[in-house]
Design a protein around this ligand. Structure first.
Ligand code: B1M
Length: 214
């Protein structure tokens, strides 16, 4: 198998045996950490999603895959580009209520942290009232919401409504597999008083955060 195929296979099979060696080999030949994540590792995750959909994997196996992905991202993190630690602003991150997927959100955290943002990561399954309370406490410059389930997109609308009801209009950045720009513009933006930005991936999220910070 090629190095790319081997890297994807660690995710599909949910193993870590040899993962570090192969990641080290990819770095040695000059691959950029984020390209490794967005390329072979994400290909592996997409395959996991496909197999799960086909009933060829059970949740416990998908969890193993998530563990491999987290281990890979953890290994690559110290090798990622960082900028000077000038604090550009504070970003609060949360996976919305009812959703426990956090790999994408945590990738956003790593990339924003490496690029000078201060992060308050609330974690997964965050209820709107909890979010409102934390926003009042930490006063972030951006509220970042992540969600991967179809119902999470709807939950983001409810979350935006609750933030509005609490007189919060801090810019919101939303992202996650089940979300689209169209849904964001048509459903989330009208439910909120502040700006609502859709990020298609973590790098796009950094780009949007940078533009808000300037
Ligand atoms: Co779940 N799951 N899962 N799962 N899971 C999906 C999302 C699914 C598409 C799989 C499938 O059926 N094909 C499907 C959703 C169906 C739907 O609603 N459309 C699904 C399902 C059904 C479920 C359960 C309901 C299964 C069950 O129990 N029967 C259950 C739900 C639990 C819950 O949330 N209440 C469930 C559980 C799990 C695990 C716990 C086993 C595990 C998550 C472990 C964890 O996160 N710690 C898991 C996993 C791993 C997946 C898949 C396979 C991979 C997700 C992932 O980590 N991708 C996923 C299928 C797939 O996506 N291919 C699937 C890698 C990650 C880097 O990408 O998070 O998309 P992603 O992030 C991207 C962008 O979206 C964006 O940037 C990242 C890349 O740069 N982004 C942001 C994300 N958040 C952002 C925020 C931003 C900006 C950008 O700003 C704030």
């Amino acid at each position: 198998l090629s190095l790319e195929e081997r890297l994807a296979r660690y995710i599909v099979e949910g193993t870590k045996n040899g993962l570090h060696n192969d990641l080290a080999e990819a770095l040695e030949r000059g691959d950029i950490p984020l390209d490794i994540i967005n390329g072979p590792l994400m290909n592996g995750m997409d395959e996991v999603g496909r197999l799960f959909n086909d009933n060829q994997l059970i949740v416990a196996e998908v969890l193993q895959s998530a563990e491999s992905m987290k281990a890979a991202v953890g290994y690559l993190e110290p090798h990622m580009e960082t900028t000077e630690a000038t604090k550009k602003g504070k970003v609060m991150l949360a996976t919305v209520k009812g959703d426990v997927h956090d790999i994408g959100k945590n990738l956003v955290e790593i990339i924003l942290t490496n690029n000078g943002f201060e992060i308050v990561n609330l974690g997964i399954n965050i209820r709107p009232d909890e979010l409102v309370q934390q926003v009042k406490k930490h006063k972030p410059d951006i509220i970042g919401l992540s969600g991967l389930l179809v119902k999470s997109a709807q939950q983001m609308v409810l979350t935006a409504q609750d933030l509005r009801a609490a007189n919060i209009s801090t810019p919101i950045m939303v992202g996650g597999a089940a979300l689209t720009r169209k849904f964001t513009d048509n459903r989330i933006t009208p439910a909120y008083d502040g700006m609502v930005l859709y990020a298609k991936d973590a790098m796009n999220g950094l780009d949007l955060a940078n533009r808000l910070a300037n």
